[in-house]
Design a protein around this ligand. Structure first.
Ligand SMILES: Nc1ncnc2c1ncn2[C@@H]1O[C@H](COP(=O)(O)OP(=O)(O)OP(=O)(O)O)[C@@H](O)[C@H]1O
Length: 270
């Protein structure tokens, strides 16, 4: 399913401290099956944009349609992985993953099979009966990813879904997510701080300006697929695109801030 954003704007009203203009104007088209990453400086409005597409935050200007239908709220064709996991604390790992499946009307047996499949995929075997408070940040993030994948949405919206993972799990999940995407042809909108990660996954990288967000640049990633994490680092196109994106991001930083490397994470997150 395609995602189409037209003139999306967002102002958060705040009487005491003044309104916060998070997004000035964003037009975006994501084709069916395309993997698009959004890169931008911290606090520029990336998550807000993703949550607007998810239907969890209402835009104050413009519109978003998914599969040609204007969105009015969340919907089953869009699955979102929130930055802060948003797990149900009173449900186990298994319960968190099957919750959305029960909502979709799957039989107990189908729920069980789906849950087992995704629990295995994200490496949470043996932890099915644990509660979120008993899990590390990385494990919680894996539950959040499994929960969203299990509902099989056409459009995946992911807000730094690998950010809290340790280097090894991050590398495994990068490979896994990439192959899930190649197998299923889902449309993905992926927010990340990591240039390498964006290049590894994406067909296109959309660079946001400083807040209020506008589109500063759209970069096509013409690196052949399937991409392997090590091989891509040796591809001259990767180095060239990396420099280009780095420069674009660096320009968006205020002059008082230096050290763009702090926002970086290598392709394997380590
Ligand atoms: N619910 C809200 N109420 C008021 N202001 C908000 C709200 N949500 C976000 N903001 C503000 O909107 C701006 C954009 O925030 P957002 O989380 O979208 O940025 P981001 O680019 O995703 O940041 P990061 O990369 O640090 O996650 C920030 O100034 C933030 O403080």
């Amino acid at each position: 399913m395609e995602v189409q954003a037209r003139g999306v704007a967002k102002v958060f009203p705040n009487r005491r401290r003044g309104d916060v203009e998070a997004i000035a104007h964003v037009d975006m088209d994501v084709a069916p099956g395309e993997f698009v990453s959004i890169l931008g400086p911290s606090g520029c409005g990336k998550s807000t944009f993703l949550y607007i597409v998810g239907g969890f935050v209402e835009a104050t200007g413009g519109s978003v349609s998914v599969g040609g239908t204007p969105i009015t709220g969340p919907g089953p064709e869009r699955g979102i992985v929130f930055q802060e996991f948003a797990l149900f604390p009173w449900k186990t790992v298994h319960g968190n993953i099957t919750y959305g499946l029960a909502e979709q009307g799957l039989s107990r047996r189908e729920q069980q099979e789906r849950a087992e499949h995704y629990i295995h995929m994200v490496g949470l075997q043996g932890m099915e009966r644990l509660y979120p408070k008993e899990l590390s940040g990385g494990m919680k993030q894996r539950v959040a990813i499994a929960r969203t994948l299990a509902t099989d949405p056409d459009v995946l919206l992911m807000d730094e879904p690998l950010g809290a993972l340790d280097a090894q799990t991050r590398a495994e999940m990068q490979t896994e997510l990439s192959s899930i995407w190649e197998r299923t042809g889902k449309t993905v909108l992926f927010v990340t701080h990591a240039v390498e990660e964006a290049l590894f996954f994406s067909d296109r990288v959309v660079v946001f300006s400083q807040r209020p967000a506008r589109i500063k640049s759209v970069v096509d990633v013409e690196i052949p697929r399937p991409r392997d994490r090590k091989g891509i680092l040796r591809d001259p196109r990767f180095a060239e695109l990396h420099h280009h994106l780095w420069d674009l991001l660096h320009e968006t930083r205020p002059s008082t801030q230096t050290g763009a490397a702090t926002a970086e994470a290598p392709v394997d997150g380590g």
